[in-house]
Design a protein around this ligand. Structure first.
Ligand code: HEC
Ligand code: HEC
Length: 282
């Protein structure tokens, strides 16, 4: 009996191993699954070393653990890689809002010299010469890969990364025992007129997609002008997109420059902002 069972288990393991070796990539059934493959695909960078997931890591809610993530050949940009989860309801993309939506956003990291450093048309050419991808695009889009359908596929994957089953959601749906007493106290402080977190971090994802100044631009050492770079309006100097706070426990370091290492540091900052005189609109 045991002998038979062992034999059976051996056959199962061999079958699994053979199928893993012969078919390492599961064929995508729709644009979301194609987008998932592309998100993890280093062919999207000049020297084929960097994928979107190099900086947006699944284990950390698709954010990174360093302040500034290296792109091709170790190139460094100037901002912290945020989580790309819970983007479906977001308005403008990036800390300065320079992309209109998720689809428009995709070409920016691909073409940025400090990130993937390749034209998105060149990426389309590569995918059309690739034995598997060329088939996937024909099957799903009924056409060859183009900058537009590449962006649509990746955006569809990102839109599937929604978080909606946390203890907080459960609590909001009426299950009063879903959150601990200290979590409930934290929520009360968060919404109180003293802490005012809810003034900017509201809605189910804790952002109203507005641009606000919390004093992290000082014209001396903190030089990122934020939203001003896009609008050139003086009132936008030092304003950054209010980030959503879902999964924030695993997305350290924080802020557009990754300058705060822990949530404790963030709270201490709000308690005692360093550049209060520069806060134009808090
Ligand atoms: C080298 C690291 C790096 C790579 C590679 C990278 N990103 Fe990013 N990503 C960032 C940084 C840094 C930001 C913030 C930039 C800013 O706000 O100006 C960002 C911002 C974003 C945002 C905006 C999020 C928000 O809250 O506004 C999205 C969406 C995104 N990236 C998706 C992608 C996709 C899709 C790819 C692959 C095509 C990609 N990223 C590749 C570092 C990277
Ligand atoms: C006036 C609007 C405003 C208020 C009030 C506010 N925030 Fe923010 N918050 C922002 C902006 C804007 C950023 C992004 C700033 C940057 O990246 O430089 C931010 C960033 C954060 C971040 C970092 C998120 C990340 O992924 O990097 C956390 C955490 C946070 N806020 C928590 C809070 C808490 C807790 C409170 C209340 C004590 C609060 N905020 C009050 C506007 C606000």
């Amino acid at each position: 009996m045991t002998k038979n069972l062992n034999f059976f288990l051996l056959i199962v393991s061999i079958t699994v191993l053979v199928s893993m070796v012969s078919d390492p990539v599961k064929e995508p059934r729709n644009e979301t699954e194609l987008g998932e493959l592309l998100f993890f695909e280093p062919l999207l960078s000049a020297d084929t070393t960097i994928s979107c997931a190099s900086c947006h890591k699944p284990d950390f809610a698709f954010a990174d653990t360093v302040a500034i993530s290296p792109g091709v050949k170790g190139a460094l940009g100037r901002r912290n890689a945020p989580s790309v989860m819970n983007m479906a309801a977001r308005d403008l993309m990036f800390f300065d809002g320079r992309a209109n939506d998720l689809v428009h956003q995709v070409r920016f990291p691909i073409e940025d010299p400090a990130e993937m450093n390749i034209s998105i048309q060149e990426v389309a050419n590569r995918l059309n010469q690739h034995p598997r991808y060329s088939l996937y695009f024909k099957k799903i889009y009924k056409e060859a890969a183009t900058p537009e359908n590449i962006a649509r596929a990746i955006a569809a994957f990102e839109e599937s990364l929604e978080t909606s089953d946390t203890p907080f959601d459960d609590y909001m749906n009426g299950n009063e025992s879903a959150m601990t007493a200290s979590q409930i106290r934290g929520r009360e402080v968060f919404m109180s007129s003293k802490a005012k977190c809810f003034d900017c971090h509201f809605s189910p994802d804790f952002t109203g997609d507005e641009f606000r100044n919390i004093g992290l631009y000082d014209e001396k050492t903190r030089l990122d002008k934020g939203r001003f770079e896009v609008t050139k309006k003086p009132e936008d100097l030092g304003k950054f997109k209010v980030p959503g706070l879902r999964n924030v426990a695993v997305t350290a370091p924080y802020m557009h420059d990754g300058s705060m290492k822990t949530l404790r540091e963030v709270i201490d900052y709000y308690d005692n902002p360093i550049n209060l005189s520069h806060i134009l609109s808090i």
